[in-house]
Design a protein around this ligand. Structure first.
Ligand code: TA6
Length: 306
């Protein structure tokens, strides 16, 4: 009989903390978080949704988090890196089910943490439970490894622990911080086909780098494994390298959707964020047989201007 998951701050600290490298803290957002420290980098990961809330290099924050973000049972946290699983965006057949699946709305189990010479990492797990069957009638486990080393790395593993095959879509829904959306440019998607969600998923072709001057909500298909976000306001480049993914999502809500979302923190908050998401979305579906495993991985390497 597996031991019950550790949720208590004291127990988690006793089992996983490493002085100066791994700490379990009570976040002002309202739940326990894991702080990873590796050289000049730090990352903060909420147990809620296994959501990376912050990633800093020499104190500079590289991810966007809503100033009104809160950790609340059954809700998502606006910003950082939400884990969308076992479906991306609306459920394929029932829009009454929560967008982006259900594991971002619950506390994950902390199952491992390591402070090594070349990396500092944590592993969090979210096995499906009986109550999930009404939403998704499969036995599975999602496991997220977050690591700091040469870069910030995330690896989302799906394990089919049941007796029937199933299909998933998924995304690491990363909100990057930018100096201003007018300064941002995404390279690496030139020539890719994309589905434009704002025009009933019409198929279009990307020409050149991606610039944002209105609401954008696109699923790029094909070779999306090496992207670069350049911010000419900070002269900062983030190299985005994905594995186990054949699609990438680019999203900025702009003015009207920001107002409809209501939890962005201010009417012009969209100007400081840009989502570039490593995914298996749209046509890009992952099917796992009984006992099958799949890993969606991404590394973010930041080249800071001196
Ligand atoms: O990834 C883009 C997207 O699917 C957009 O359509 C928008 O809905 C965004 O995700 C935010 O979704 P959320 O459920 O976090 O508000």
């Amino acid at each position: 009989m597996p031991s019950p998951p550790l949720r208590d701050h004291t127990q988690l600290t006793a089992r996983f903390a490493v002085p100066g490298r791994i700490a379990i803290e009570a976040s002002p957002l309202g739940g326990p978080v894991v702080r990873l420290i590796h050289g000049e980098q730090q990352a903060l990961i909420a147990l809620h949704g296994a959501q990376v809330l912050n990633w800093t290099i020499r104190g500079q924050g590289l991810l966007w988090l809503s100033p009104v973000a809160r950790i609340r049972d059954g809700k998502g946290i606006r910003g950082g890196i939400p884990v969308c699983w076992p479906w991306f965006a609306d459920h394929p057949t029932d829009v009454g089910k929560p967008a982006h699946g259900f594991v971002r709305h619950r506390s994950w189990e902390m199952v491992a943490a390591k402070a090594e010479a070349l990396s500092t990492s944590v592993v969090l797990a979210a096995p499906t439970v009986l109550a999930d069957a009404a939403m998704w009638p499969h036995d599975a486990e999602a496991r997220l490894t977050v690591s700091l080393g040469q870069s910030l790395g995330l690896a989302l593993e799906t394990v089919n622990t049941g007796s029937r095959s199933f299909s998933i879509t998924e995304a690491l829904h990363t909100y990057f911080r930018v100096s201003d959306i007018a300064n941002a440019e995404i390279a690496g998607l030139d020539g890719c086909t994309y589905l434009d969600k704002l025009e009933a998923f019409a198929r279009k072709r990307q020409s050149g780098a991606v610039h944002i001057d209105a609401e954008v909500d696109r699923i790029y298909l094909g070779d999306t494994a090496a992207l670069e976000l350049y911010d000419k306001g900070t002269r900062r480049r983030v190299l985005i390298e994905s594995t186990g993914s054949r699609s990438a999502v680019v999203w900025n809500p702009w003015t009207a959707k920001t107002a409809r979302l209501g939890d962005m923190g201010s009417p012009d908050a969209f100007r400081q964020m840009l989502c570039i998401e490593t995914a298996n979305a749209g046509d890009d579906v992952v099917t796992l047989p009984q006992g099958g495993r799949h890993e969606l991985g991404v590394t973010y390497r930041c080249l800071l201007a001196d």
